[in-house]
Design a protein around this ligand. Sequence first.
Ligand SMILES: *Cc1c(COP(=O)(O)O)cnc(C)c1O
Length: 471
Amino acid sequence: MSKLFRNLPSMDQILVVLDADRDMVDLPRLLVKDLVNEFLDLCREEIRSGIITEQKQLALDALLPRLMAYVRSKSRPHFRRVLNATGVVIHTNLGRSLLAKSAIDAVVEACGHYSNCEFDLSTGKRGSRYSHVEKILCDITGAEAAVVVNNNAAAVFIMLETLAKGKEVVVSRGQLVEIGGSFRIPDVMSKSGAILKEVGATNRTHVHDYENAIGDSTGALMRVHTSNFRVVGFTKEVSLSELRELGDRYDLPVIEDLGSGTLYSLQGEGLVGEPTVQQVVADGADVVSFSGDKVLGGPQAGIIIGRKEYIDRIKSNQVLRAMRIDKMTLAALEATLRLYLDMDEARLKIPTLRMITASQEALKSKARRLADAIRGELGDTVIVGMKKGFSRVGGGAFPEYDLPGTMVTVVPKDISVGDLKEALLDTDPPLVARIEDDAFMLDPRTLASTELKLAASVLREAVTLLNKNQG
Ligand SMILES: *Cc1c(COP(=O)(O)O)cnc(C)c1O
């Protein structure tokens, strides 16, 4: 055995070969050396455990394919593109919204050049970064003023910190939500210094519940979008107009955390029950917050709009600096918002809206192309089928609402579906999808047309690897 150890190729021998490979030559030297050492350690382990028993298994030529695959796989950047075949359009774990082409271009422009980020070109003096999107947000939503921060969690925090620190905020018990990743309304409120005053029951809250809770220490009335759940059955929520009326009577601001917030009305697409931001402003909310990367389909951001007196107070809060939006995000946000100046343009050019509103025919045709591509790559090693199924909007918008569409199912003949799902996490790029009724199920809604062939080819990569490991 000790002789086998001495037969391992040396680092220098290996580096000479790797340097001749076009893919490897651009990788940082230090990284390659580390990975080669890791690989050699794996070989030593295999000698010890009796997997490698012969000298010829250790010849450089014999080891090379595995070594190259190891270095290639481990040297990939940690942050990577993936193929989303889950059918969840706004998938928080997969990066939420994809940007429209014009927004991508704006980001590239903003980060490769100097800009008027905080420079007023009309005076040649210092300007405000918030000015770039304020007017367009007001034009689209009808609000008096606007300010943007890092994300909606930050927006909710700064609204409360500015308007209700040390005061009570009245919220319905049915709206004390937890958003994934430990964002809980009661906890955020306590961190902001506002005091939660819960009213009503889990399923029903009445106007008089809010009214009875109003006292000397009340700072605001608040509504929160329930986002990831729906209360059904014997329920009652107080409408924004009712709260507005109460706010006027007691001179209290009405705050609304819309969560996703949509600027494009999806009612025509059959997605009902979610008001647009424009409606919420028209119904009289004083301050409204929503995310930039949920249904809006832009970059991660927290957008706060509303009455000028309140937005001005938020703008002069020191905490704003700690949640400041960066220049690339601002560029992407402005470009996305510009598309909303023509709603048809918005629906066609913003990927999130395009995927949510895709027609049944378009989804079916895409499913057919995907199924054909998979059959082309994999032949009869798998059984490929199509069936009706459902996608989700995701991102806490339209909770529990099913979007009908056509799915592609793949059942491998010689390997398990579970193994296939796992192997697809290590393809280039990885592909994420669901298993349903013992079949691997791809939802073409969240794959771009240009990604169908790629999806089929990574499926082949995974199936080939699994069959080889098995054989
Ligand atoms: C998603 C959501 C948030 C958090 O928004 P982020 O953009 O993820 O920070 C806050 N409130 C509600 C109701 C939400 O749905």
